[in-house]
Ligand binder design. Structure first.
Ligand SMILES: Nc1ncnc2c1ncn2[C@@H]1O[C@H](COP(=O)(O)OP(=O)(O)OP(=O)(O)O)[C@@H](O)[C@H]1O
Ligand SMILES: [Mg+2]
Length: 258
């Protein structure tokens, strides 16, 4: 089957340093696919390449039949790529619900103007947006914060709010950058269920995460990066047994609590 995304020979240089070096992999359609690796391995850089935030120095990115290499990030968004950030990017001048509506409006650009002009004819559409945003809040477990100011949300809820905003834009592929970071163990288990539900709903998920229990329990495939290079790839069982992977993690444990 044709992959949803195909990354071929990606190198990304910052100054003279390669944050990514000749990395290739395919993301199949459907399921959860993890990118793991020690700090500084290039995981976030790869997500930035996959969303058009960074243009690769070398290599190509294809989404379905289209070559998106060098295209701006809105082209990636239009091709159905959504994401969350390692540090939640919340609009704190907006309510929690309005943050989710930003995701909806990314999809329906016509919706903002009538809302601003308060045209009575468009009120139904506006109400529809509101209902859908509420639906996405509930979907990610934020029913308790439907009327909340975003500044009042605890950290774990902010991370879910980003997920709600991302799925509101109806992505085909959702990239999550360390969604479990800062969560306690029971919150991480709930997050695993949420990610499984999202994938079951037909959105392919690429998960960057240090929480190995989470990664191993919900991923169908895992790509391991180390110092910008692809170290290994395979099923959770294959990756767990891989000597190079074990070595990379043991080597990193000295100066890292991940
Ligand atoms: N904008 C940038 N300018 C210069 N160097 C960068 C930039 N972005 C990333 N890097 C470097 O690229 C390397 C990979 O960084 P990246 O953030 O992708 O790692 P990561 O795997 O996400 O790490 P972590 O697990 O700590 O989030 C690091 O050495 C980092 O310092
Ligand atoms: Mg990172």
């Amino acid at each position: 089957m044709k992959p949803l995304v195909s990354v071929q020979g990606i190198t990304r240089l910052f100054g003279g340093l390669a944050a990514l070096e000749d990395v290739s992999f395919d993301v199949p359609e459907g399921g959860v696919h993890a990118i793991i690796g020690p700090n500084g391995a290039g995981k976030t850089t790869m997500l930035n390449v996959l969303t058009g935030v960074y243009t690769p120095s070398e290599g190509t990115i294809r989404i379905g039949d289209d070559d998106l290499t060098g295209k701006p990030s809105h082209a990636f968004a239009r091709h159905g790529i959504g994401r969350t950030f390692q540090t939640p990017q919340i609009f704190f001048n907006m309510s929690a619900l309005e943050n989710v509506m930003v995701g909806l409006h990314r999809h329906e650009q016509h919706a903002l103007l009538p809302a601003m002009l308060r045209l009575p004819k468009m009120a139904a559409g506006e109400r529809d947006s509101l209902e859908r945003a509420v639906g996405h809040m509930r979907e990610v477990g934020l029913s308790a914060y439907l009327g909340a100011d975003s500044t009042t949300l605890p950290y774990g809820a902010l991370k879910r709010l980003e997920v709600a905003r991302a799925i509101a834009s109806r992505p085909r592929l959702l990239l999550l950058d360390e969604p479990a970071a800062g969560l306690n163990p029971s919150e991480a288990v709930e997050l695993a269920e949420l990610i499984r539900d999202i994938a079951a709903g037909g959105i392919t998920v690429v998960l960057v995460e240090h929480n190995m229990r989470l990664v191993m329990s919900i991923s169908q495939t895992i790509i391991v990066l180390d110092q910008g290079r692809r170290l290994a790839a395979g099923t959770p069982a294959e990756v767990r047994e891989d000597r190079r992977v074990i070595k990379a993690y043991l080597g990193a444990e000295d100066d890292d609590d991940a």
